[in-house]
Design a protein around this ligand. Structure first.
Ligand code: XMP
Length: 512
């Protein structure tokens, strides 16, 4: 986004990099994540108020360490290095960084030596979150220590320039003083203003869309998920009838999602939606396939084929609207950089770049929570906007083994019961993602006086903010009992329920 009031975060591959950006956005300051090896020239010529160097898994003294040009510190822009970022600052200023004999992972007590600027309004002692194997052994030239823990130098500051380093992670919520500290950096040291507001984003985005699109038509693949729906409503606000949405019903969506929700949209926002009933085509294409990656590929390719068939029928389409959001952008720009190995999800419903349209992605600067707030501000129902994420391949990755119409119906019914009960217990919004998985395992049961032989369903619920790590939810036994009893008695064909108590890692959230 074109604003001088922004912070740039250089990414050295930490799992927490996106979290830093979200914390800064929470302060209503716009920020972007760039790969650590972004050309110095680009950094020099981009108006900004401050730079943050993220953490990272490497060691600054390793042969293939991720280094930066030392000129970065001469730009007269304040710099804050976090963990690896601090070690890098130190390394580039003749400090000594070594493997620590006492490595710190988890909580540590921080003792502040200098309660000024970065540590203004922060108590002398507080709890912080550390995660480091290396530490500063010898202080860098012209730096002073401004905080320590029992085992390490925890914060440093240049004696003249606005360059700071932190050994701990202010961005994680375990660091109780974290937000105050980031606020001190962003407002007091960098001089940013809290100007990043959703309402302003909407009005700027609307103008930009109008200017870009002119009188052309735009086509958009509407999945029924939050991102594509918010994108559609935003585009519609800007260009109205010039937008046509295509909803491909794969038959692999949840019972009460997809078309039900989109019909409400159509009524409320007067969206122009074309619905394609493709359940049969998907089931036929998937017949006989059990391998998860093959299933994903089949669904992805067929989706593109069907979307294309419809899109080319619409006149004067020059643009393809997409609900790409900022984490997707960061992941794709990081491919050449260090975060590459963290995650590679084939986003089914994602369309190839070689379609004969130009891309328009009005949400590409927003994090998920900002997309949700944008949706609410546009008048989309909160229940819809705050729904759990749903994978692109849909129930196909929640039916283990071969997919049949019968299994889809069983899973939809069981899943709906679990979700209903979560809402009823006021727990839906407390957990991050909840669903049912259908196993290709049949077992013996007894109902009344009758022997049954039915499928096994797995109830899964996880707590997470970033979906990269997750804990299984400690749902009340009473709820699990009710869900189990209801599924077995109401869904004819499922006679056994298990609850998945695997965290990620070592498990994944989905079963496939
Ligand atoms: P895992 O199973 O990798 O899931 O722990 C993490 C998050 O990603 C979602 N997920 C997908 N989303 N296409 C998607 O659009 C996929 O193929 C896919 N696989 C997993 C999953 O639901 C969870 O939110």
């Amino acid at each position: 986004m074109k604003t001088t009031n922004k912070i740039i975060i250089l990414d050295f591959g930490s799992q927490y990099t996106q979290l830093i950006a979200r914390r800064i956005r929470d302060l209503e300051v716009y920020c972007e994540v760039w790969p650590y090896n972004t050309a110095l020239e680009k950094i020099k010529t981009t108006p900004m108020k401050g730079i943050i160097l993220s953490g990272g898994p490497a060691s600054v003294y390793a042969e293939d360490a991720f280094l930066i040009d030392k000129q970065l510190f001469e730009l007269k822009v304040p710099v804050l290095g976090i963990c690896y970022g601090m070690q890098l600052i130190s390394h580039l200023h003749e400090g000594t960084v070594q493997r620590a004999t006492k490595q710190e992972f988890g909580f540590s007590e921080l003792i502040i030596d200098n309660q000024e600027d970065l540590f203004a309004n922060i108590p002398v002692k507080s709890q912080v979150w550390m995660s480091h194997a290396d530490h500063i052994e010898g202080m860098p030239t012209n730096f002073i220590q401004i905080a320590h823990s029992e085992n390490s130098i925890s914060a440093i500051k240049h004696s003249e320039k606005k360059i700071y380093g932190l050994q701990f992670h202010p961005e994680v919520t375990h660091t109780l003083i974290g937000q105050q500290l980031l606020s001190n950096f962003v407002f007091n040291i960098c001089g940013c203003q809290p100007k990043w507001k959703i309402t302003e984003f909407i009005s700027a985005a609307t103008t930009e869309i109008k200017n870009k699109v002119g009188t052309d038509n735009v086509v958009l693949a509407l999945s029924g998920g939050v991102d594509s729906s918010v994108c559609a409503v935003l585009l519609h606000k800007a260009i109205g009838k010039q937008l046509t949405c295509i909803f491909v019903d794969t038959g692999l969506l949840r019972q009460n999602s997809g078309w039900n929700d989109l019909q409400k949209f159509q009524e409320k926002f007067k969206l122009n939606i074309i619905k394609i009933n493709a359940q049969e085509r998907f089931l036929t294409a998937l017949k006989g396939f059990t391998n998860p990656e093959e299933k994903r590929k089949i669904i992805g390719n067929l989706f593109i084929e069907i979307f294309n068939e419809e899109a080319i029928k619409i006149q004067n389409v020059k643009w393809l609207g997409q609900g790409t959001i900022y984490p997707d952008v960061i992941e794709s720009v990081s491919v050449k950089g260090p975060s590459a190995t963290i995650k590679s999800h084939h986003n089914v419903g994602g369309l190839p770049k070689d379609l004969p349209f130009q891309l328009i992605e009005p949400l590409r600067e927003l994090f998920k929570d900002e997309v949700r707030r944008t949706g609410e501000a546009l008048g989309i129902d909160s229940k819809f906007v705050y729904k759990h994420p749903f994978p692109g391949p849909g129930l196909a990755v929640r039916i283990i083994g071969e997919i049949t119409a019968e299994k889809v119906a069983l899973l939809q019914a069981a899943d709906q019961i679990f979700i209903d009960e979560l809402y009823r217990a006021n727990l839906y919004d407390q957990v991050a993602q909840a669903f049912v998985v259908l196993l290709p395992v049949q077992s013996v049961g007894v109902m009344g006086d009758v022997r049954t032989y039915g499928y096994t369903a797995v109830v899964r619920s996880v707590d997470t903010t970033d979906f990269m790590t997750a804990n299984w939810s400690w749902l009340p036994f009473e709820l699990l009992e009710k869900v189990s009893a209801r599924i077995v008695s109401e869904v004819n064909g499922i006679n056994r329920i298990t609850y998945d108590i695997t965290s990620k890692p070592p498990g994944t959230i989905e079963w496939e």
